[in-house]
Each structure stands twice: as C-alpha cells, then as structure tokens.
Design a protein around this ligand. Sequence first.
Ligand SMILES: Nc1ccn([C@@H]2O[C@H](COP(=O)(O)O)[C@@H](O)[C@H]2O)c(=O)n1
Ligand SMILES: C[C@@]1(CO)OP(=O)(O)OP(=O)(O)OC[C@H]1O
Length: 159
Amino acid sequence: MDFRIGQGFDVHAFGEGDHLMLGGVRVAHARGVVAHSDGDVVVHALCDAMLGALALGDIGRHFPPSDPQWKGADSLAFLRHCDGLLRARGWRVGNADLTVICELPKLGPHVEAMRRTLAAALGVEIDAVSVKATTTERLGFSGRGEGIAAQAACLLVRA
Ligand SMILES: Nc1ccn([C@@H]2O[C@H](COP(=O)(O)O)[C@@H](O)[C@H]2O)c(=O)n1
Ligand SMILES: C[C@@]1(CO)OP(=O)(O)OP(=O)(O)OC[C@H]1O
C-alpha cells in the first residue's frame, strides 16, 4: 500500500489570555484558550490526522492530559514526535489540508506563517501544507465566540 489517509478535529474553549497559538504561530487575540498544553487546535487536529492515518490512536493517548509534563507544552513538539512515529514506519506527510473555524481573530494575515511553520516541522515543502479559515456565520459555539475548532486531512506517502 502506497498511501494512507487520516483526518482530525479539535476544539478549545476561549478563556483567559491575550493570544492564541495556531499552527505554531502566536496570534494576538482578546482571549486565550483553556487547555493543558498551549491549546494549538490546528496542530492537535493535524497530529490526530497523522496518527489516524496509521491507526496509532490519538493525541491524548500519546500525550495524556493527566500528565503534568505536557502542561503548557509547545504543541509543535507533539507534531515533531508524531512525524517521527510516521517516519520510523517508513511514511511521511504527502500533503495536509487544514481548516480553522472561528469568527475571530481573522486569520488571513497569519495563514502563510502557519503553513511555513508546519511545513518546517514536518520537513516538507510549503506547498504540501494548506491552511484555510472559515466562520460559521455566527452560528453555534464558534459563531458566539465561545471557542475555536480545527479540522485536518492528511495523506501519508512512502518516505
Ligand atoms: N477567522 C476567519 C474566518 C474567515 N476568514 C476568511 O474569510 C473568508 C470568508 O469566511 P466565511 O466564513 O464567511 O466563508 C474565508 O474564506 C477566509 O478567507 C479569515 O481570514 N479568518
Ligand atoms: C494536547 C493535550 C496534551 O495533554 O492536551 P490539551 O492541550 O488540553 O489539548 P487536547 O486537544 O484536549 O488534546 C489532549 C492532550 O493530548
């Protein structure tokens, strides 16, 4: 088999703070998120997609929220670890497509930095990483500004 596919989804509630970590990029915002780690929904969704592609469980299995060593952790470290798991099995990310779901902040100005950061962490070309943003037209928890979500799809190819 030459390809594997995975998908991931993550949500964090907004809480105290003045910035969000999204795709490894610090984005100024009137709120932070409630999370055990740095709460980077984009990276968490991508990790789950990568793990899912090889049926390796999910991010919480590899980095349990009950484990104090992950408190405040840089989620890019999770991503590098997941990439290492894939590469140890002979796979790498062929491409990944990410959607961030929030009313605010507006993410257009940050998309290229996220693509660059994620591609560097995965050791792939920037063209292999897509980051998109959408609102939910003010509907639901995201529309009410209660939190932020991200979806990820990724294809693995032979390294
Ligand atoms: N947080 C966001 C949400 C959306 N965008 C950009 O706006 C476009 C329109 O959003 P709709 O939800 O009305 O479809 C979207 O395609 C994004 O380009 C954004 O930058 N940040
Ligand atoms: C990332 C981990 C790390 O403990 O905790 P959180 O930052 O709370 O994020 P979540 O998306 O709930 O994933 C579970 C955990 O693996």
